[in-house]
Design a protein around this ligand. Structure first.
Ligand SMILES: Cc1cc2nc3c(=O)[nH]c(=O)nc-3n(C[C@H](O)[C@H](O)[C@H](O)COP(=O)(O)OP(=O)(O)OC[C@H]3O[C@@H](n4cnc5c(N)ncnc54)[C@H](O)[C@@H]3O)c2cc1C
Length: 346
């Protein structure tokens, strides 16, 4: 079966064309509606990477990437809310801890939607969230700087660092409760619609059976690092969407470059050793960003002054592109991206 014919790709395309793209400028201003999340839940896309035995599709990486491109290109805010779900699913699929039996099925089938609160682990040795062991459970304290999907998702995979320098991940209900207080939803240059808040944790107690992952922080960094080296499919999704707004005479050339960079990025993503060719991966990631900025700029230039209206697609894509530049950034990818920019246009 070709990637384009995979049932989840077909469903993502139907959702994108029939629901997400037509509403995207309104959603950008008003927020991702619960009805969009409901449609995503019903589509089966929340189980794209989940084991078949638990109701998921365990789809090939190429299908996962294609569905991400399609959703991100149609409505980046909706894509971003639902993309958080896939890390919790993969974490549960890999664990033998009791929480797997409770949550993997409901998450794989889309009965529950999960967010994540773990990017702050990357700012180590700064530790924004600490975890203390207690009888029968753990207590979280500190500040989660970014949490997307507040009010839309049911549970969150929350991470902190223990007294023994371990990374600990546990599932928590995504609602205000003793020890967990959200900020007001943030007003952002892009993706305000994603209902992103910060979370104050003031001794939030979590039972031991909610723990999904516990490993030395250094080992977690080693497993996380390769994931931040590759180009994000959402970048190609935004690029593709922007090029539909550009006159074909110019879009054709840029589309050919997109095909080339995308092929290279995905060949690297499929390379069996994710730690290898780090420099090349980072260079291609930066190249993909450059192409995305070129495409969104071309869309703005094509449309002229009208593109400054908040109802215009080009400005929305340009702002969403800005967001993708920093999403998931680490000190390594930050340095590589800046090096690429300092080299100037080629
Ligand atoms: C709208 C939005 C929504 C988000 N939603 C979520 C979410 O739901 N869940 C979640 O877990 N995360 C979320 N994030 C976090 C996102 O993934 C992080 O923004 C991203 O990882 C970059 O982190 P940072 O720049 O905020 O963190 P920082 O800790 O400021 O920095 C990130 C990295 O860059 C390095 N760095 C920063 N400044 C310097 C410097 N001057 N010199 C050298 N190195 C430096 C740090 O060491 C670190 O590795 C969200 C972010 C945004 C903007």
């Amino acid at each position: 079966m070709t990637v384009a014919a995979h049932p989840l790709v077909v469903r993502a395309r139907e959702l994108a064309d029939g629901l997400l793209a037509p509403a995207a400028e309104r959603v950008d201003q008003e927020g991702v509606p619960a009805s969009h999340i409901e449609a995503i839940r019903r589509s089966g896309l929340l189980g794209v990477s989940a084991p078949v035995a638990h109701g998921g599709s365990a789809a090939p990486a190429a299908v996962v990437r294609e569905t991400a491109e399609i959703l991100a290109g149609a409505c980046c805010s909706t894509w971003f809310v639902q993309t958080q779900h896939h890390t919790p699913v993969l974490t549960l699929a890999k664990t033998a801890l009791p929480v797997r039996d409770r949550l993997l099925g409901p998450l794989a089938r889309g009965e529950l939607l999960s967010g994540v609160a773990y990017a702050h682990l990357r700012s180590y040795p700064r530790v924004p969230v600490r975890v203390r062991r207690e009888a029968d459970g753990r207590r979280f304290s500190g500040t989660v700087p970014w949490y997307t999907g507040w009010g839309l998702n049911d549970v969150m995979l929350l991470a902190g660092v223990t007294e023994d320098d371990e990374a600990l991940f546990a599932f928590v209900e995504a609602r205000e409760q003793p020890g967990l207080r959200p900020s007001e939803p943030m007003r952002l240059a892009a993706l305000t619609a994603s209902r992103t808040v910060s979370l104050e944790l003031d001794g939030l107690w979590v039972p031991e059976e909610a723990v999904a992952l516990l490993m030395p922080h250094a080992d977690w960094v080693a497993s996380d690092h390769p994931k931040t080296l590759n180009a994000n499919p959402a970048v190609f999704g935004i690029t593709r969407a922007a090029l539909t707004l550009v006159e074909e005479e110019y879009a054709g050339v840029l589309r050919a470059r997109l095909d080339e960079v995308r092929r290279h990025a995905y060949a690297l993503a499929d390379h069996p050793v994710p730690q290898e060719r780090a420099e090349e991966r980072l260079a291609v990631r930066a190249e993909a960003f450059t192409l995305m900025r070129t495409a969104t700029e071309a869309a703005v230039v094509t449309g002229g002054g009208r593109t400054m209206l908040l109802t215009h697609r080009a400005q929305r894509l340009a702002r969403e592109a800005l967001f993708l530049l920093v999403q998931g950034q680490t000190s390594t990818s930050r340095a590589a991206h800046l090096r690429h920019l300092a080299q100037g246009p080629r």
